[in-house]
Design a protein around this ligand. Structure first.
Ligand code: UT7
Length: 326
């Protein structure tokens, strides 16, 4: 007797942005940069910045509550919490544990996944696999970041790019799909092209924040991102025996409008089938995909039954995709 396969399905989404906004005009006052350069090269017009004392778990909590409300799932029903983040409140406890305590979801599995900007896709894949094996039924997956805490505000090549925020989904076991497939990759040989420069084991310096800042060789990152995202689109379609035209909506990582447009072009998609938030949020690393998904679900752009492709690329390098039936 064959058993009914178990799928995981997104039953609720949520997101949260810190209140404070920094516009390109604000950055013109402190950096040798201009609004036109930032808009033309990245598509970014503004970004949200966490207030002093406002942490990644604070943003994660607000997003998680909204996702759980949308799903109609209470904290004591959660079997697992996975937080994709590269800017945890502390080295430990994990941000997932801090979030678990705040939600009152005590007792369930809780862990962080650090895959830089691909953290949410990695987390979603982890959760999907736990649900498919039958060991978990209701999982909260969050992407949350306070990346601006690592920004070197004297470096125009990175300071204009990043922002803070959080997005979340509730993933539940379901007889109907759901998450159709996830695909994860990494290439550690590119570590030096995009890196946070200090850490517990490597050590800190006497500089501000112990020398912790984001360094990126943007142009080289750009080329690998476009190439690998193109490849993962093919891999995802092939794994599901689908054509480009089968995808209704693209929810890409929001790093650069030019990278987003290149992926949309590769898929033969009009930009009105692509969720774009980079102009409002900047690059929020692992928060960008779940925040964009939540916005598109709540605005009615993405509707139940649609086939949606999520993808992300980030430091590591890491990259990943998830094909989802909403
Ligand atoms: O989320 C993780 C993955 N990250 C990404 O995917 C980011 C990928 N990279 C990018 O998005 C782009 O490479 C950037 C937006 C970071 C940079 O755009 P670019 O078109 O690749 O510019 P570039 O680095 O080649 O720099 C072009 C020029 C340089 O001046 P010169 O050498 O041509 O005189 C830079 O110094 O632009 C200059 N520049 C700036 N000018 C004004 C760099 N940053 C700025 C700035 N304002 N903020």
């Amino acid at each position: 007797m064959s058993e009914t396969p178990v799928y995981s399905r997104i039953t609720g989404t949520g997101s949260h942005l810190p209140e404070k906004i920094i516009t390109n005009a604000d950055l013109e006052k402190i950096l040798d940069t201009d609004d036109q350069w930032i808009r033309e090269r990245t598509g970014i017009q503004q970004r949200h910045i966490a207030a002093e004392g406002e942490t990644t778990s604070d943003l994660a909590y607000e997003a998680a509550v909204k996702a759980m409300q949308a799903a109609g799932v209470s904290a004591d029903e959660l079997d697992m919490i996975v937080v994709g983040t590269t800017t945890p409140d502390l080295v430990f406890p994990s941000t997932a544990c801090l979030l678990q305590a705040r939600l009152g979801a005590n007792g369930c599995t809780a862990m962080d996944v650090n895959a830089a900007c691909s953290g949410f896709i990695y987390g979603l894949s982890v959760a999907d696999n736990f649900i498919r094996t039958g060991s978990k039924k209701k999982v909260l997956v969050v992407g949350a970041e306070t990346l601006t805490r690592m920004v070197d505000w004297n470096d125009r090549t990175t300071a204009v790019l990043f922002g803070d925020g959080a997005g979340a989904v509730v993933l539940e076991a379901s007889e109907a799909p759901g998450v159709l497939s996830t695909h994860l990759h990494a290439a550690g040989e590119y570590a030096d092209l995009l890196t946070a420069t200090a850490g517990v084991s490597k050590g800190f310096t006497a500089e501000e924040r112990g020398g912790l800042k984001i360094e990126m060789k943007g142009n080289e990152v750009f080329k690998v991102a476009v190439r690998t995202l193109g490849r993962i689109v093919d891999e995802t379609l092939e794994a599901n025996g689908m054509e480009k035209s089968d995808i209704d909506f693209l929810v890409p990582h929001q790093a650069n409008l030019r990278i987003i447009s290149a992926t949309a072009k590769k898929l033969g998609m009009d930009m009105d089938q692509v969720v774009v938030t980079v102009h409002k949020h900047g690059n929020t690393s692992s928060a960008s995909v779940p925040m964009a998904l939540d916005e598109a679900v709540r605005s009615g752009q993405i509707k139940p039954g649609m086939t949606v492709l999520l993808e992300a690329f980030g430091g590591g390098f890491t990259w990943g995709s998830a094909l989802i039936k909403m």
